[in-house]
Design a binder for this molecule. Structure first.
Ligand SMILES: Cc1ncc(COP(=O)(O)O)c(C=O)c1O
Length: 457
């Protein structure tokens, strides 16, 4: 047994004074809610909200096409496609049928030592759709886990080649890569919601996206200086999502890729949000004509119908794990990885990308949003309006009255949830011109009203 030291192993950081508690007050009024919500709400812990002050969540009873039907009879156009995922709208019959058929045959079986047709066919189809030799698909059940798996792959890739010290990552300002602890360490350390975990996360490098020659040269030097420690660079290609809805050009993405190549640092493209048509091409990386070493997919992968994600690596990356040495294997395996039901949904979703003009629809949405959101440029407190594929963003100087603004959207019949400094929409790709107009009009009208409200101190 080792010698036990009498001094503490860890030292605590400075304590933060807790904010004073004022119990009772503003718990949301649930008296008009349906029974199931009245009875269940007090047993629930909701995501991303201070439940004490947040309004009662919308009670959704069913979905259909681009609509959410509420228990009080209203219906809302979903301007967010359930966090970028419902690319074909809700309950698309082709996806529903495929899932029904799979449900009868085999809803789930573990993947350890077992293969099944839905997963293997899906892996083959994804490999064929992805550029270059992104051929090796590791399935998991959520985007954050796909990011964690990519981190493990990158670290072990270098270890298996004899470089043990390459354990750190570089990610970009305004990045968002998920909510698990590894993924949190890749998010913008100051501006993201994970800033409150400062001191508790892995230390990574986080820098501004280089956008011109000078900053690209500095980026190149930074990679060079840190290459012995860096396992990989994480990027959300072309569009950074939940960290701030910032865009960069294909040229910038191409240069960053080259810097990674020059320094033998793995490039990991997080296409959880941008994948499957959202930016106008099936994958955003296609617009820069690059092949990352690893790509993370999810959300719309399974048509937004059921949890599923994947981490896909090139043959070069996989080769570093291919060995007679058992210790070089990837030790990861979520219980519900490659869930057959999710694979069936994903397979059916890929059918729809083949049979229906989704990418054309994304580009039509882009043209529509450019026109519809343009009047926001004239509104006080709006600092930028930008559109990329089926993503429309109105950036404001600072967002206040968030709950009131969200409610204003609901009263206009659309689900839009402004956050950070953005009022944005990522509608289902199947949205009609009329429904898109309703979203655009609601954003213009709500932003105008919001800009007239007295600033919240
Ligand atoms: C770019 C990006 N990466 C990772 C994630 C995390 O995915 P999940 O919520 O499925 O864990 C998200 C989710 O919004 C995302 O947008």
């Amino acid at each position: 047994m080792g010698v036990v030291s009498s001094s503490p192993i860890f030292s605590a950081g400075p304590d933060i004074a807790p904010s004073p508690s004022t119990k009772t007050d503003s718990v949301p009024d649930i008296s008009n809610a349906p029974d199931w919500q009245q009875q269940g709400y007090e047993h629930l812990w909701m995501p991303y909200c201070q439940m004490k002050t947040a309004p009662l969540p919308l009670a959704v009873e069913r979905t259909e096409g681009v609509y959410l039907h509420l228990s009080d009879g209203r219906r809302l156009i979903d301007g967010l496609a359930s966090w970028w995922s419902a690319c074909h709208g809700y309950n698309h019959p082709h996806v529903v049928d495929a899932m029904h058929r799979q449900l009868d045959r085999m809803p789930h079986v573990m993947f350890g030592g077992i293969n099944h047709e839905p997963a293997l066919t899906l892996a083959q189809r994804l490999a064929a759709l992805l550029p270059g030799d992104l051929n090796r698909v590791f399935f998991c059940d959520s985007g954050s886990v796909a990011v964690e798996v990519a981190m493990k792959i990158a670290i072990q890739f270098h270890r298996n080649r004899g470089q043990r010290g390459r354990t750190r990552f570089l990610s970009f300002a305004n990045a968002y890569h998920g909510d698990t602890t590894g993924a949190m360490s890749l998010c913008d350390p100051e501006r993201s919601m994970h800033a409150r975990f400062e001191g508790a996360l892995l230390q990574q490098l986080n820098v501004d996206i280089p956008r011109d020659d000078d900053s690209m040269q500095r980026f190149q030097s930074l990679l060079k200086q840190n290459r012995d420690c860096l396992a990989g660079v994480f990027i959300e290609p072309l569009v950074q999502g939940a960290g701030g809805m910032r865009f960069h050009s294909p040229d910038v993405l191409r240069c960053i890729t080259q810097c990674c190549r020059d320094n033998d640092v793995l490039l990991i493209a997080d296409e959880l949000a941008t994948g499957f048509g959202r930016t106008g091409t099936l994958f955003a990386i296609e617009q820069a004509d690059i092949v990352p070493d690893v790509i993370c997919l999810g959300k719309a992968l399974s048509a937004g119908m059921i949890g599923m994600a994947a981490t896909v690596a090139t043959e070069r990356v996989f080769d570093a794990f291919w060995s007679d040495d058992a210790s070089k294997a990837l030790m990861h395996g979520p219980t519900f990885m490659a869930n057959p039901l999710a694979c069936a949904a994903a397979g059916a979703s890929l059918d729809l990308f083949e049979r229906e003009p989704r990418l054309e629809q994304a580009r039509t949405i882009e043209a529509g949003l450019r026109e519809l959101l343009a009047p926001c440029r004239q509104i006080d407190r709006v600092v930028d309006v930008r559109v990329k594929g089926a993503i429309g963003v109105v950036q404001v100087d600072s967002l206040d009255h968030v709950d009131r603004l969200r409610d204003l959207f609901v009263r206009q019949g659309v689900l839009i949830r402004p956050f950070g400094d953005c009022i944005y929409t990522t509608p289902p790709l199947v949205i009609s011109a009329g429904e898109l107009e309703k979203i655009g009009d609601a954003i213009v009208s709500a932003t105008r009203q919001w800009a007239r409200w007295p600033r919240e101190s």
